[in-house]
Design a protein around this ligand. Structure first.
Ligand SMILES: [Zn+2]
Ligand SMILES: [Zn+2]
Ligand SMILES: [Zn+2]
Length: 147
């Protein structure tokens, strides 16, 4: 993974200790796994991946760790087919959005500077200080739409 994610990991450690959370344990395992992800994972997927690496972290601990990371805005939470999924939230505000296929569950990530500009404009028009936004495209992916 590139320098951006090392940055995220350092940032996350700083924010956690500032909020009075001790390092180590399940949270550390979840954090180092997420730091190597390009896109989002559910708690169950994180649990399974840690298992696969011989880490014995309980699913409940994974949920608790994600809850803390989400509270500190260190991860983005995305609802994928009713399941909460999480990915690192870059401190610079850089982010991407997702398109999800209702039929096969495929997910694509996309970035669109024009879309971001439009959303900023809407926030200004409403007089809101916007801290974030959620955008998910749902439907049929190219493979499924063909059928
Ligand atoms: Zn993603
Ligand atoms: Zn599909
Ligand atoms: Zn955006």
């Amino acid at each position: 993974m590139g320098p951006a994610r090392t940055h995220w990991s350092d940032h996350a450690h700083r924010e956690l200790s500032r909020a009075g959370h001790r390092a180590g344990g399940a949270r550390e395992e979840v954090l180092s796994l997420l730091a190597r992800q390009d896109c989002c994972l559910s708690a169950q997927e994180i649990h399974d991946k840690l298992r696969g690496r011989g880490r014995s972290v309980g699913l409940a601990s994974v949920y608790r760790a994600l809850e803390v990371l989400a509270q500190l805005k260190l991860v983005h939470r995305i609802d994928v087919d009713g399941t909460a999924c999480f990915e690192p939230a870059d401190p610079s505000g850089d982010h991407h959005h997702h398109a999800i296929c209702d039929r096969c569950g495929k997910m694509d990530a996309f970035e669109d500077p024009e879309l971001e500009r439009l959303i900023d404009g809407v926030g200004e028009r409403l007089g809101y200080v916007v801290g974030g936004h959620d955008i998910v495209l749902r439907g049929a992916c190219p493979d499924c739409a063909d059928r």
